[in-house]
Design a protein around this ligand. Structure first.
Ligand code: BV8
Ligand code: ZN
Length: 253
């Protein structure tokens, strides 16, 4: 369903746009979405079992192996047309805020200047005990030998195990990032939600805050999600197809 005349006018006149992304925006780069990042080797786990501090305490090699496998996939992947369109949108409107739940670096590599990262990054490992940032091993991680377990490195400062720099279930989000994301949602004209199942909180509140503050909400997702009930426009299309056309409609006024 293309944008109708009224919506096209809204996009043409939009002054402050927030783009809110989830794993679906990286799907066409070959990165499994969060729900299917547990295909294959990890299929007998539920993401919420592996993406927790308890899982890391219980089996650090399994959790570290899972994240190094995901980092390897990301390093072998390229940004897709959706990442590039979102980077282009930044230059088409007066004020632009990119809020991402993703832990890959594809938005940055596509040219987005300052994504607000609500759930951290695969590229910022740190000490599990003292939070000391840890260096990334050079190059692309090899497929973990056993295809599964990989022993995490030790902290250079205290010797404890190094953990992925992501926000796990049960962990608080970075305060500055979530505060700035909520502030942007409260003051934007249009919120564009791309490739997220909108299930995980508090990140999933971002589109709802924008809606309550009077923004138009556009969703790009081939499947139904919790956001369907408030989306002013629902594009049931893969992101790499929908975004280039949609972005071309912004900032024409
Ligand atoms: C916290 C980083 C408190 C790690 C992630 C009950 C009710 C409400 C909340 C809770 C509850 N029980 C527990 C909670 C809290 C919990 C939560 O929300 N749980 C959910 C499951 C109910 N939240 C937390 O624990 C958060 N912390 O609350 O802390 C606190 C406060 C103070 C002090 C201490 C503690 C922390 C949550 C962060 C977890 N970390 N990621 C990692 O990556 O491994 S979450 C992870 O899953 C993602 O980052 C993302 O946020 C989330 C959902 O993933 P999506 O990105 O949406 O991907 P998904 O696979 O789900 O969907 C992909 C979508 O793409 C699909 O809709 C699909 O249709 C679409 N798609 C596919 N292909 C395409 C496409 N779209 C477009 N184009 C395509 N081609
Ligand atoms: Zn340490």
């Amino acid at each position: 369903m293309a944008a109708d005349r009224a919506m096209s006018d809204v996009l043409a006149r939009a002054r402050h746009v927030v783009v809110f992304t989830g794993a679906g925006v990286s799907a066409e780069s070959g990165i499994p979405t969060f729900r299917d990042a547990l295909a294959g080797l990890w299929e007998r786990f539920d993401a919420e079992q592996l993406a927790t501090p308890e899982a890391f305490r219980r089996d650090p090699d399994l959790v570290w192996g899972w994240y190094e496998w995901r980092r390897m996939l990301v390093m072998r992947a390229q940004p897709n047309a959706a990442h590039r369109a979102i980077a282009e949108l930044e230059g088409r409107v007066d004020r632009f805020t990119l809020v991402t739940q993703n832990v890959d670096d594809l938005h940055d590599r596509a040219g987005s200047r300052a994504p607000l990262r609500l759930h951290g990054s695969l590229f910022a490992p740190r000490c599990f005990e003292c939070d000391e940032p840890a260096p990334l091993a050079p190059g692309i991680p090899q497929e973990p030998e056993s295809g599964r377990r990989l022993a995490p490195p030790s902290c250079g400062r205290c010797g404890a195990k190094v953990r992925p720099g992501v926000v796990w279930f049960g962990e608080a989000l970075p305060e500055a990032a979530i505060a700035r994301a909520f502030e942007a949602a409260e003051s934007c004209d249009v919120l564009l939600s791309v490739g997220t199942s909108s299930l995980v909180h508090p990140a999933a509140q971002v589109p709802w805050i924008a809606k309550r503050a009077g923004a138009r909400v556009i969703q790009v997702n081939p499947n139904p999600t919790a956001l369907d009930e408030i989306a002013d426009l629902n594009l049931r299309t893969p992101a790499a197809t929908a975004l280039p056309t949609l972005v071309a409609s912004f900032g024409l006024d």
